[in-house]
Design a protein around this ligand. Structure first.
Ligand code: KG4
Ligand code: ZN
Length: 334
């Protein structure tokens, strides 16, 4: 299965074999290109995907010691994402499939993230509770099997990754904000400033992160904050997001009656989240699964894997198209 990811600012390509696993994967991040604009410029993203995709496919085939003739099916990210960027991947995937006479299948980007821990040496068994934390989504899902997802709760405003990105901007850390803020927070101490833990005490499984960015901006405005203070503020912000994510995830696991929690999406790369969730899960006897660090953020491997599982379940290929907006809860098992 050749997997193609082009929903946002990463071009990802991978070759996956249902029995032998991941054969090769390659990634190009556009982060540097978008950095000077402080965020993703959709038109530039699309054009860069066009430039990068074919060389990445060639690289992946070479790394796997394979040729075009070895491609038995093609999977691409059908949505959600930037329409123009998605169309680049869809066009290439359908072109390959047509030329090679193989099936093509459109994959839901979040399903790719959800299933990405299955690429690990110790994959989780179904069913499990999943915390999906990316730049566009913060959701708790109940996962009974491939394509069997039920939404338990989600953010009512900003996603966790979005909150990291916006707060990084407020702190003058540039783009992409999540990794920059996490790195900056290492030299700070959480608790020197006090930020709220939004919705942590509420019984539901909803999140709200937009107020945190405002709280950081207000603290900066009202205090004379030096460089150390900014790092302390970053650390406190990160701890607030982590505390809320840990608390709600464990609440969802408890309510499910299962003892398995999977974390997926870009914010899953956050070290502090990994530490705190790790110790909280251990205390409660919850088995915790993270994707490998390199498969937390967008990549082609998770799309190839999800495509392979989907094609097996559905047994048929899909029509040409992209879905810039696409609710994961509307997916069916096959
Ligand atoms: O899953 P992803 O690559 O793309 C989406 O599907 O959105 O997630 C990207 C998000 C961005 O908001 C980025 O700032 C955040 O994940 N992120 C992080 C870290 N690495 C990426 N947030 C906090 N700490 C990190 N280490
Ligand atoms: Zn993503």
């Amino acid at each position: 299965m050749l997997g193609i990811e082009s929903s946002c600012d990463e071009t990802g390509v991978a070759l996956f074999h249902p029995q032998r696993g991941l054969l090769a994967h390659a990634l190009h991040s556009q982060a540097q290109m978008h950095a000077e604009y402080g965020g993703v410029v959709p038109e530039l993203a699309s054009r860069d995907h066009i430039r990068r995709l074919l060389p990445l496919v060639r690289q992946v085939l070479a790394d796997a010691g394979a040729s075009l003739a070895h491609i038995a099916a093609v999977a691409y990210t059908e949505g959600p994402g930037l329409a123009g960027a998605l169309l680049v991947g869809a066009g290439l995937a359908h072109g390959f499939a047509f030329a090679l006479g193989v099936p093509v299948i459109g994959v839901h980007h979040l399903e790719g993230h959800l299933l990405s821990p299955l690429l690990s040496a110790r994959p989780p068994e179904f069913p499990f509770v999943a915390l999906l934390v990316s730049g566009g989504h913060t959701q708790l899902m109940r996962v009974d099997g491939v394509g069997r997802y039920a939404l338990l709760g989600e953010t009512v405003d900003d996603a966790a990754g979005e909150a990291f990105d916006k707060t990084a901007q407020v702190l003058g850390l540039g783009y992409p904000g999540g990794p920059a803020l996490a790195a900056f927070a290492q030299s700070g101490i959480a608790g020197r400033f006090s930020l709220p833990r939004p919705k942590m005490a509420s019984d539901d499984l909803e999140f709200s992160f937009s107020g945190l960015k405002t709280a950081v901006a207000t603290t900066l405005r009202k205090n004379a904050v030096d460089a150390q203070g900014r790092a302390d503020l970053a650390a406190e912000f990160q701890q607030s997001v982590v505390d809320v994510l840990v608390s709600k995830s464990l609440r969802a696991v408890e309510a499910s009656g299962w003892k398995r929690l999977v974390v997926a999406g870009g914010v899953g790369a956050n070290q502090r989240l990994r530490e705190c969730l790790g110790s909280a899960a251990a205390v409660r006897g919850v088995d915790l699964f993270f994707p490998e660090q390199r498969f937390c953020t967008d990549n082609g491997a998770m799309i190839a894997l999800a495509g392979a599982l989907r094609l097996k379940a559905a047994g048929h290929a899909g029509a040409f198209g992209v879905r810039p907006r696409w609710d994961l809860g509307t997916l069916e098992a096959s």
